[in-house]
Design a protein around this ligand. Structure first.
Ligand code: HMG
Ligand code: NAI
Length: 438
């Protein structure tokens, strides 16, 4: 069979590249040169990146931008954002500046509990299982002592373990549902290590439990894994001001703006088609900071969207109120983030980003990320309900279109000037390029 290979992982990096070039590329020399152009000239640094994942052939760049002027709980931040989409950093920066002049963002961490589960099959009497669980619970905790010692010294560790009966949903299915405090770590590895020990202890103790019959003694552990749904690891961020204080260059009529903005949020609260796009705009901000700070954006994405659907229908993550002339806009989201562990002390640009953020604790980072999401959503919804999204988005996207057409520096200067007073659309840019090239 062509292009199928066994033992690929054992090849050296250059052997892997040669195999790829021979299997898929017509112009092998250009493809090889491209892959190599993205290698870092510092061999040690390149090796560090090679070893983050498996079968690495080169680096895949994302731009790291910064959004200055964020005032959060009376501290100033410049927020790092790693993202490929134009206009996101500009929108965040613009929203930061807007709210800076109106008291800034307020943010608070509501809770920090993480969750992990041992999923198991038990065939027998649930009352006996409950009695067994009570008997074994202290041993579940004591058998993890060597793993939890350091976390406990810092003030974290296992918070509780519950037995949950899920056999009405799936025959013979039960869980050990455990909660954890992992402080400045996202906690996946700590939690999974504890869970696997719970599973071993639970299974072994059941085998020796005399009140169980033979079938009951043979508990099947299906899996042990943390949950990325963390509705008790919550952060809230908000902005507010008097309606008249919303007045600005873009908001000539603040009363009308506030009402329309609130309507846009209400639509996202009740209409899932809109809510998904609305929340995508929020994630523009959240993912960019999560990535820049070396956190696991898949975990954050999964948890945030589950939270958006927690009441049975997918809804907006942000909310707005207008009460007694005060405009208030807020977000409440679950975020399991780390400022230690994972990539945080390995990736040099992550360390740079964390230093830029004044070495935050995980709680500080939760607040910063929530604020980035709120600011992003404010920028997008403000544009949507005033000028429309395309004006600003296309203004920022202009450079990408010019690069697609390999515009020279001279052409770029002329075209940027031209589009200060003309509407940017893909076709208008193509026309303008053609006209200066003729
Ligand atoms: C794009 C802007 C900011 C232009 O807005 P503008 O008013 O044309 O900007 P300006 O040139 O007057 O500058 C004002 C400030 O904006 C920022 N800014 C302005 N330009 C830059 C730039 N080049 N680089 C960095 N920052 C920039 C910057 O803070 C600047 O202040 P200054 O630095 O001059 O003191 C505005 O139109 C906007 O906020 N648009 C929203 C864009 C957006 O949300 N993009 C996300 C992608 S679209 C999407 O994926 C999500 C969506 C929209 O579908 C979600 C949803 O439906 O809810
Ligand atoms: N489903 C998921 O989300 C999964 C995610 N992962 C990955 O796991 C990684 C995160 O795991 P972690 O356990 O957070 O990282 P980690 O394994 O690097 O552990 C962090 C360790 O740092 C130590 N530590 C030092 N100072 C601390 C402080 N102030 N607070 C807390 N701990 C402190 C603790 O011993 C802690 O266990 C991420 O890379 C993630 O992508 C792995 C498996 C599954």
């Amino acid at each position: 069979m062509p292009n199928i290979i066994s033992g690929f992982s054992k090849l050296s990096k250059s052997e892997k590249i040669e195999w790829l070039l021979n299997s898929y590329f017509v112009d092998k020399d250009s493809a090889r040169a491209l892959v190599q152009r993205y290698w870092n000239s510092d061999e040690k640094l390149q090796k560090l990146h090679d070893e983050f994942i498996e079968n690495t052939i080169t680096n895949y760049y994302l731009p790291l931008g910064v959004a200055p002027n964020f005032l959060i709980n009376d501290t100033f931040y410049t927020i790092p954002m790693a993202i490929e989409e134009s206009s996101v950093v500009a929108a965040a920066s613009k929203a930061a500046k807007f709210w800076l002049e109106r008291g800034g963002f307020k943010a608070e961490v509501i809770s920090t509990e993480k969750i992990g589960q041992v999923h198991f099959i038990f065939k027998g009497d649930f009352n006996k299982l409950k009695t067994f669980f009570k008997h074994v619970k202290p041993k579940l905790i004591s058998d993890t002592a060597s793993m939890t010692q350091s976390m406990e010294r810092r003030g974290g560790g296992i918070l509780d373990i519950e037995l949950r009966n899920k056999s009405n949903d799936l025959p013979n299915y039960y869980q050990l549902h455990a909660t954890f405090e992992t402080l400045d770590a996202m906690g996946a590895n700590f939690i999974n290590t504890c869970l696997e020990q719970f599973a071993t202890t639970f299974k072994n103790e059941a085998l020796q439990y005399e009140d169980f019959n033979e079938l009951e003694q043979n508990i099947t552990i299906v899996m042990s894994i943390l949950s990325n749904y963390v509705p008790q690891c919550l952060v809230r961020a908000e902005v507010s001001c008097k309606i008249e204080d919303l007045k600005s260059k873009d908001i000539p009529n603040p009363e009308e703006f506030a009402q329309k903005f609130k309507q846009a949020i209400s639509i996202a609260e009740i209409e899932p088609y809109r809510a998904v796009t609305h929340n995508k705009g929020i994630m523009n901000g959240i993912d960019a900071v999560v990535l820049a700070t070396g956190n696991d954006f898949r975990a954050v994405e999964a948890g945030v969207h589950a939270y958006a659907a927690k009441d049975g229908s997918y809804t907006s993550l942000t909310h707005c109120s207008i009460i007694n002339g005060i405009f208030k806009f807020w977000i409440e989201i679950p975020l399991a983030l780390g400022t230690v562990g994972g990539l945080t002390s390995l990736h040099p640009l992550v360390k740079f980003s964390l230093e830029m953020l004044q070495k935050p604790t995980a709680k500080d980072l939760m607040k910063i990320v929530a604020v980035a999401g709120l600011a992003q959503n404010f920028g997008a919804v403000k544009s949507l309900t005033t000028t429309g999204i395309q004006e600003g988005h296309m203004k920022m996207h202009l450079m990408n279109i010019l690069n697609q057409f390999e515009a020279t520096e001279d052409e770029k200067v002329k075209l940027v000037e031209h589009f200060k007073t003309n509407v940017v659309t893909h076709s208008s840019v193509v026309e303008a390029i053609k006209s200066i090239r003729n």
